[in-house]
Design a protein around this ligand. Structure first.
Ligand SMILES: [Zn+2]
Ligand SMILES: [Zn+2]
Length: 258
């Protein structure tokens, strides 16, 4: 299983997983042009994309969906509530022929992969993260969560690859110049995950099998990649896992796991 972070942060999110033949995107919050050009920069075949799995309807996760529906034949994987919320937010329709219906907590076979969406606490209609198993490797992409619940931790056991939100440093956010209401939203239980909460969750799910950890959805205003790294490194010390940070504008590809 190959993984690439094409974009990660509040200005757009898009992750890619490939088994060498087919590519599944998780979220499409950057333009179709950028998706293709960043994949090309990583020497991935953009024609291998078959589908996009949507996590929730916030614009930084679905901005390209209208163009994708018009210009590609990719399938759209989403829960019914997220599909409805996306349609309303973007003023578009996902045709039944393009939609693969998901239900949080229920694994679904997609092209021989096991795709398991699971619920997390975030201020959207039906937000999910994904655990995806294919070719003997288990990966999870987990961003946009206000706090690490037991249900989330349960779904992150025995992973090879974990992409995990490290949105903000609590002190930087508190002392920064965001409006008070926005600070409260980010800090709430349905907001975004702090470096400290990320490290706590990482400690709970760290297993010998874990090989790659990617910190994601870092705030450009309220975090410093060095602080996020430090928080994760303290947890990962002595483990076999390598640590990476996904970037807003610079794509990142990892060597294949399993
Ligand atoms: Zn987001
Ligand atoms: Zn969100």
């Amino acid at each position: 299983m190959h993984y690439a972070a094409l974009a990660s942060g509040s200005k757009g999110n898009c992750h890619a997983l490939s088994d060498g033949g087919r590519t599944l995107l998780v979220d499409a919050g950057i333009s179709l042009l950028q998706i293709r050009s960043r994949l090309a920069a990583l020497e991935w075949d953009a024609d291998s994309i078959r589908a996009v799995a949507i996590t929730h309807e916030h614009s930084d996760h679905i901005g390209a969906l209208g163009v994708i529906l018009r210009r590609t034949d990719w399938a759209i994987l989403a829960t019914a509530a997220t599909r409805a919320a996306v349609e309303q937010a973007q003023g578009l329709q996902i045709p039944p022929s393009r939609w693969v219906e998901l239900e949080a907590g229920r694994p679904r076979d997609w092209a021989g992969w096991r795709v398991l969406p699971f619920s997390l606490p975030h201020d959207a209609e039906d937000p999910v993260a994904y655990r995806i198993e294919a070719g003997g490797a288990a990966s999870a992409i987990v961003t946009d969560l206000g706090c690490p619940t037991a249900l989330v931790a349960d779904h992150l056991q025995d992973l090879d690859l974990l992409v995990l939100e490290a949105n903000h440093d609590v002190d930087m956010l508190r002392e920064g110049d965001y409006p008070a209401r926005l600070k409260a939203r980010i800090l709430s239980r349905v907001g975004h995950l702090s470096n400290a909460a990320m490290a706590e969750l990482l400690g709970r799910v760290l297993a010998p099998r874990l090989r790659q950890v990617v910190l994601a959805h870092l705030s450009e205003s309220n975090n410093d990649p060095a602080l996020a790294r430090l928080a994760a490194e303290e947890v990962l010390r002595g483990s076999a896992a390598t640590l990476h940070v996904a970037h807003q504008r610079v794509p990142l590809a990892l060597p294949p796991v399993a």
